[in-house]
Design a protein around this ligand. Structure first.
Ligand code: N01
Length: 535
């Protein structure tokens, strides 16, 4: 390892060349020297890694795209309403080339460790290939869903067939023709991938622990007239997105489910199901996510859809979620997922009642049965929100390790900084809205907010910024208050660290809405950097 005398020196290190990291390079490189470290050999983050069949965004692409450059948003054309992974990756590459971002990025070179030097007030960043960069600020744009979760099933290495995690899919793809495939995980990812795999594979065994609520995506080729309307006043539309979830295309109703007659309720739900706007079901009434009865109505509506679509009664019942409210976990959006179970080559295995015990040389063993398989696909999600940062060895003031500080769950102020880790900013960090808002537009907002803080520091002659533990506590209280107002707490999911056995932590994302989150963040700065300490 090089010592400080031989280390490179830059103003800012950015970790991650996903959409937020790329925008951070663009926003900051004019005024500061910037270096970005990226684990992959290309840009795009989520859309670089998750190249499994069927990977597709569930927010309309006219919204799920950058707004920072008017020419870019006018000139770029999306082929479909909800873009598939190859189009999103193509877009990321286009942006990297168009704005000359690649020269700042060190690919295939993840950050391994970072240490804050109290004396100099600088971060020492060490990357996988031996790079040692000393910098004033670090911006971690590491993503909230980027550290894959690989449950430690015994015998994993003994399986003689192929094993894939959907978040590390081979670039050349996988040919399932004539193969017996075991698929573990029925979240958003599994639901997208399986219908396509089922069409190729000889047999598909779906190992389901908890059934998911899934709504039809409504994807279709992008209508030219619709695109033209968007482009007429794109900038104003981008502004309006920030007043909602970063996705304006859902109708937000005024009425509660309780205000509607049963006939009206049925008509509203049917319309929402067919709306071609993935999340409309969660906004069928204004209280679906806050009122247990309203939620139960929508949940039962979806269960009845499942019973109508899936012909085998036993399979249909197994697919019906009954243990958590709809929207408590992120709603899944699919294309022919429930219909897939009407195929002769697809079998649903309930691993709640008959759990997976081990991988074997020839397949998977549940408590009661052996399954002979050629390929096992795990779509088991992520060590979400904290995983990407906690897996880097990060040492702050007084040799405090971030992973230790977060051992019982993340602590942050505004989701942006952690007390004792000065000059380290996070984009889409723990306790931000993350996937509860449209991540490209809200990521741009967070980068702009962060960059403005760094600009203020420079202008006002400060070199160090930290947050207080009291401020962290106030943000923890805010998280507690807003999550207590919704039904999210009633589901075990990556939102509350309950998707991984043994992981600790309370509610890790901000469900008070992006407008409130951004207002509180803005006000903290405007009120004389309330909760921050600058020196
Ligand atoms: O991960 P998940 P994901 N034994 O955690 C199962 C975004 N996303 O990759 O529910 C057996 O949701 C687990 O079972 P259970 C989106 O924000 C967006 O699907 O824990 N099963 C579950 O079924 C999403 O929320 C898009 O009981 C095990 C599955 O694996 C987030 O990414 C597309 C298990 C994991 O589901 C994560 O989605 C894809 C075990 N030991 C993803 N461990 C779109 O934009 C886990 N499971 C559309």
């Amino acid at each position: 390892m090089k010592d400080q005398a031989t280390a490179e020196i830059v103003d800012i290190v950015i970790i991650g060349a996903g959409f937020s990291g790329m925008y951070a390079i663009y926003r900051l490189r004019g005024d500061y020297s910037v270096t970005c470290f990226e684990a992959g050999d290309g840009v795009g983050g989520t859309w670089y890694w998750n190249r499994y069949p069927g990977a597709r965004v569930d927010i309309q692409s006219v919204e799920y795209s950058y707004g920072f450059d008017e020419d870019l948003q006018q000139e770029w054309t999306w082929p479909e309403y909800f873009s598939a992974q190859p189009d999103l990756e193509r877009y990321a590459n286009h942006v990297a080339d168009r704005f000359g971002l690649r020269e700042y990025i060190r690919f295939s070179n993840p950050v391994k460790s970072m240490r804050f030097d109290d004396e100099s007030g600088l971060w020492h960043v060490h990357a996988a290939n031996g790079d040692h960069v000393v910098c004033r600020y670090v911006i971690a744009a590491t993503g909230s869903l980027s550290a894959p979760n690989t449950p430690p099933w015994p015998g994993r290495d003994s399986f003689r067939g192929e094993v894939y995690h959907t978040a590390g899919w081979p670039r050349e793809g996988v040919d399932f023709t004539g193969k017996r495939v075991g698929f573990i995980g029925t979240g958003s990812t599994g639901i997208q991938a399986m219908p396509i795999i089922a069409e190729q594979a000889e047999r598909l065994y779906v190992f389901q622990r908890t059934p998911a609520f899934c709504m039809p995506s409504g994807n279709r080729p992008l209508d030219a007239e619709y695109e033209r309307e968007w482009k007429e006043d794109y900038a104003q539309r981008r502004e309006r997105m920030l007043d909602t979830y970063g996705a304006s295309l859902v109708d937000y109703p005024d009425s509660s489910a309780h205000d509607c007659s049963p006939e009206e309720q049925a008509a509203i739900l049917e319309k929402a199901w067919n709306s071609k706007s993935a999340f409309q079901l969660l906004f069928a009434f204004n209280d679906v996510l806050t009122d247990a009865e309203a939620n139960a109505l929508v949940s039962e509506f979806v269960r009845n859809k499942i019973r109508q679509i899936v012909k085998d009664l036993k399979t249909a019942e197994r697919l019906c979620p009954t243990t958590y409210p709809i929207g408590g976990k992120r709603l899944c959006v699919g294309n022919g997922y429930y219909e897939m179970y009407n195929r002769d080559n697809v079998t649903l295995v309930d691993v709640q009642s008959d759990p997976i015990v081990a991988f074997t040389e020839t397949g998977l063993r549940t408590r009661d049965t052996e399954y002979a398989l050629d390929v096992i696909v795990t779509a088991t999600g992520f060590d979400a929100v904290t995983g990407a940062l906690a897996r880097i060895d990060i040492e702050g003031l007084g040799h405090l390790k971030l992973a230790d500080k977060w051992a019982d769950g993340p602590t942050t102020y505004l989701g942006a900084m952690v007390a004792g880790f000065p000059n380290l900013f996070m984009i889409h960090g723990p306790m931000t809205p993350a996937a509860q808002a449209q991540m490209i537009t809200t990521g741009e907002w967070q980068v702009n907010w962060t960059a403005a803080i760094i600009d203020d520091m420079k202008r006002e002659g400060y070199t160090r910024i930290d947050v207080t533990e009291e401020a962290e506590q106030s943000w923890a209280d805010e998280i507690e208050t807003v999550s207590g107002q919704t039904l999210h707490k009633l589901a075990d999911s990556w939102y509350n660290a309950k998707n991984i056995e043994g992981k600790k932590g309370g509610f890790m994302i901000y469900v008070g809405g992006f407008p409130r989150f951004s207002r509180l963040s803005r006000e903290a700065v405007e009120q004389g950097y309330k909760g921050f300490v600058r020196s």
